[in-house]
Design a protein around this ligand. Structure first.
Ligand code: ADP
Ligand code: MG
Length: 297
């Protein structure tokens, strides 16, 4: 369904860029006591930039720029913030090549054929599940990159790890204050991410989420399970996210909140969309609809 500006009744919802799907949504905001926050694109800007490319033995004769160009050509077909960042960085060099047989695995990575070479780029664990493990030297390199707070993507050429692309993200302005406001509203904020634990812990620390409330390395199916687990423990759960990989969890949550900057899949699955995509608006949406509900009752 297309979101309708129900809160336009007060004029305030529309003014604040908050779109709500139906009246029952207001009921749900009243009782939520836990809010799961997707990291990339929700708490952080999701506007990643490539910090550096490190070569692994599988690179063969490719240098850093060559590997980045191949990866960028592949990722150019993707829509994940990681894909956009890698394609943008590669596009600054020589032009990108066409990709065939492109396949995207949400929460994992992408694969395809560029210039006759099979390329896979994604989360290290996902490559391993697909028969492309890192040897111990490569795993050491990976850990070093992650310890800088980077989201590290492994790139394999013709089935062999060829390099690691490190990306840096920034926390959105106002995320820290928004987490504090959510707490004041009586909600327990939990960080939920498919990214690695080192990066997740650093982001949690910066925005004021407790270390025990960080769930990292979570697959898209795992995000739904996390929502369900909190619900089984008696919580009424809100979930805020932006990605294709968040859609199922947004649908499972008692209150699904999508970022307006995010994917159509997230917005379609959510009860509520914040057009400005700030976490502050998420707090405002909960505040405002609780207030509106009081007025209606
Ligand atoms: P988040 O929960 O933080 O939004 P995702 O679940 O979307 O993260 O992605 C989890 C991990 O999967 C990323 O950190 C990355 O390692 C990998 N990944 C996802 N999409 C891509 C892609 N297009 N290219 C490379 N790696 C990807
Ligand atoms: Mg996201």
């Amino acid at each position: 369904a297309t979101p309708v500006g129900l809160l336009t009744g007060t004029g305030r919802g529309a003014q604040l860029g908050i779109l709500i799907k139906g009246p029952q949504v207001l009921e749900d905001t009243r009782t939520v006591d836990t809010i799961l926050l997707d990291k990339t694109g929700t708490v952080t800007s999701g506007k990643l930039s490539v910090a550096r490319t490190v070569l692994l033995p599988g690179a063969g004769s490719e240098d850093e720029d060559g590997l980045l160009r191949l990866a960028g050509s592949l990722e150019n077909a993707g829509e994940h913030p990681i894909a956009r960042a890698i394609a943008a960085a590669a596009g600054q060099g020589p032009g990108l090549a066409p990709v065939s047989g492109f396949l995207s695995s949400p929460g994992g990575g992408v694969r395809g054929v560029v210039e006759g070479r099979s390329i896979v780029a994604g989360r290290p664990g996902w490559l391993e599940e697909n028969g492309i493990p890192l040897d111990s030297a490569a795993a050491d390199t990976l850990r070093r990159e992650q310890e800088t707070g980077a989201t590290a993507v492994v790139v394999a050429l013709d089935g062999t790890p060829a390099g690691i692309i490190s990306l840096q993200d920034t926390i959105k302005d106002g995320s820290r204050q928004a987490v504090a406001r959510l707490r004041e509203l009586g909600l327990r904020p939990v960080l939920l991410t498919g990214d690695n634990a080192v990066v997740a812990a650093a982001v949690a620390r910066e925005v004021g989420i407790a270390p025990e409330d960080v769930l990292a390395d979570v697959r898209p199916e795992g995000k739904v399970d996390a929502v369900r687990r909190f619900q089984e423990q008696g919580a009424t759960v809100a979930m805020a996210g932006d990605g294709v990989n968040d859609a199922a969890a947004l649908a499972q949550a008692d209150l699904g909140i999508a970022m307006g900057s995010g994917t159509d899949a997230a917005m379609a699955a959510a009860d509520l969309t914040v057009m400005g995509s700030s976490l502050g608006q998420v707090a405002t949406a909960i505040e405002l609809s609780r207030r509106t509900l009081r007025t209606i009752k």
